[in-house]
Write a protein that binds this ligand. Structure first.
Ligand code: COA
Length: 180
């Protein structure tokens, strides 16, 4: 496990897949992601197998939030996923992705904490030098999250993605070890 203040990362289990499928079939969640069509549990199962065949440091990690409040049982609640893929070991650079699929946890700082914790893991454990991501120009919540976590706007890929009948720009944002 990798522990932050209010969150922790653990490995993804096969039993998590129905929750992942619920998230990636929610249009509000996928508006900011690469998914554009319905996903079945069988397809997700295939993705899980391919993911396990990748190098261990590229495996998806689950984000869990500490639950101590009323109503919730004390413990850990599965709220999202994140991970590096691919990792370029020669250049010590990696792209990452994040999805907080539980919408009730948006806008409470969990995304920023998860990005910072992932960067800490990347820079201080995996010994990376550069971490970057791609984000749709329309995903204002995500862009703000990465800015808060210390990422710099690096590139605008014009009309990179076709969504809802129009082309959208894709931004590349990055952070270097010396900036973290
Ligand atoms: C993007 C994501 C990781 C952010 O996580 P989060 O926990 O909601 O983010 P945080 O609460 O840490 O920060 C969100 C910030 O965006 C701001 N924000 C929210 N909606 C916004 C909008 N429409 N315009 C501008 N800023 C917005 C919030 O106010 C907050 O900033 P603040 O702290 O300065 O007020 C999460 O919402 C998510 O996974 N969404 C679905 C999948 C996705 O889009 N993944 C990213 C793909 S690149």
């Amino acid at each position: 496990m990798i522990y932050g203040e209010r969150i922790r990362f653990r490995g993804a289990e096969r039993s998590d897949l129905p929750t992942f499928v619920r998230w990636i079939n929610d249009p509000e969640v996928t508006a900011g992601l690469g998914m554009y069509r319905p996903f079945s549990l069988a397809e997700e199962d295939g993705w899980f197998e391919r993911m396990l065949a990748r190098p261990p440091d590229e495996h998806v990690m689950v984000i869990e939030a500490k639950t101590t409040g009323k109503g919730d049982e004390e413990g850990w609640k599965l709220i999202g996923t994140c991970g590096f893929a691919p990792i370029d070991w020669r250049n010590r650079a990696a792209e990452f992705g994040i999805n907080i699929g539980e919408k009730g946890y948006w806008n409470q700082g969990y995304g920023t904490e998860a990005v910072r914790l992932l960067c800490q893991h990347g820079f201080e454990t995996l010994n990376l030098n550069r971490i970057f991501l791609r984000v749709l120009n329309t995903n204002l919540r995500a862009i703000r999250t990465y800015e808060k976590a210390g990422f710099t706007h690096e590139v605008r890929m014009r009309q990179a993605e076709f969504r809802n009948g129009e082309y959208i720009d894709m931004l590349v944002m990055g952070i270097l070890r010396e900036e973290f």
